[in-house]
Write a protein that binds this ligand. Structure first.
Ligand SMILES: NC(=O)c1ccc[n+]([C@@H]2O[C@H](COP(=O)([O-])OP(=O)(O)OC[C@H]3O[C@@H](n4cnc5c(N)ncnc54)[C@H](OP(=O)(O)O)[C@@H]3O)[C@@H](O)[C@H]2O)c1
Length: 243
């Protein structure tokens, strides 16, 4: 039987890269979307040898998320890897962004993650095996002006992952984070070309990351090569930020 990976935000720029790499490297997939099931239906057609279960859920619907996920998992034999990749970025100075926007950013990255973990972790414990990976961000470590909601959410993920590593290690479950630098996706489409170019010139490896770069780092944490690595954040940013 193939291993199975669950990926949130599987329709996005990085999520699509994760889905492709894990499918191409022999995984069956539970793919999550909020609004874009058609894209996942197309993915299924492109990867006919990959079993794909689709989880449709708005991560701001915290009251129903656990039950929705548990209902889907009843038809899934196991969950080997859970990658929480969905994210929302709403920028703005502290005196400009709305409390609703702040809540939404926190919900998608953090509060919506908890009910999904409550659905997945009991299965991983029963399997005595699991890999949990969260998409963090360098901004969650170094902060960024006008990015309080996003930086707060990603910083919270860091504490969550460190604590999960300590709590779940005795069950042979690891928890790690991958922190990318800037990658052109819908999330970062508000950067204009000159801002992106300025960023690129500051990257020691002189290029932007691709979704494949991030997917490879997540695959490493999912693989047996990372069996004894837990509670860590891997910065995948071409050397821009060291830790
Ligand atoms: N791009 C970067 O430069 C960068 C840098 C560092 C970290 N990251 C992190 O990497 C991850 C992926 O980012 P990306 O650039 O691939 O973003 P993206 O292309 O904008 O994709 C975001 C994904 O999150 C999902 N999502 C958004 N709001 C949601 C909600 N309310 N409920 C459920 N799902 C929701 C979207 O689902 P639907 O489309 O199905 O609605 C989409 O699949 C994020 O956690 C992000 O913070 C990105």
């Amino acid at each position: 039987m193939k291993p199975i990976a669950m990926i949130t935000g599987a329709t996005g720029g990085i999520g699509s890269g994760l889905s492709k790499l894990f499918a191409e490297r022999g995984y069956d997939l539970i793919l999550h979307t909020r609004t874009n099931k058609e894209k996942l239906d197309a993915f299924k057609k492109d990867y006919p040898d990959t079993n794909v279960w689709i989880l449709e859920a708005d991560l701001t619907d915290k009251a129903t998320l656990q039950a929705t996920c548990e209902a889907l998992l009843e038809s899934v034999p196991q969950v080997d890897v859970f990658i929480h990749n969905a994210g929302l970025k709403i920028d703005g100075p502290i005196d400009a962004f709305s409390l609703d926007d702040f809540e939404a950013v926190m919900d998608v990255s953090v509060h919506g993650f908890i009910p999904l973990l409550k659905a997945v972790v009991p299965r991983m414990k029963a399997q005595k095996h699991g890999r949990i990976i969260a998409l963090s961000s360098g901004i969650g470590y170094q902060g960024r002006a006008d990015n309080v909601p996003y930086a707060t959410a990603k910083s919270a993920l860091n504490g969550l992952i460190s604590s999960l590593a300590k709590e779940l290690g005795p069950f042979n479950i690891t928890a790690n984070a991958v922190a990318p630098g800037l990658i052109p996706t819908e999330m970062t489409a508000y950067y204009d070309a000159s801002q992106v170019e300025t960023y690129r010139q500051g990257v020691p490896l002189r290029r932007l990351a691709t979704p494949l770069d991030i997917a490879k780092a997540c695959f490493f944490f999912a693989s047996s090569d990372a069996d004894f690595i837990s509670g860590q954040t891997l910065f995948v940013n071409g050397g821009t930020q060291t830790h």
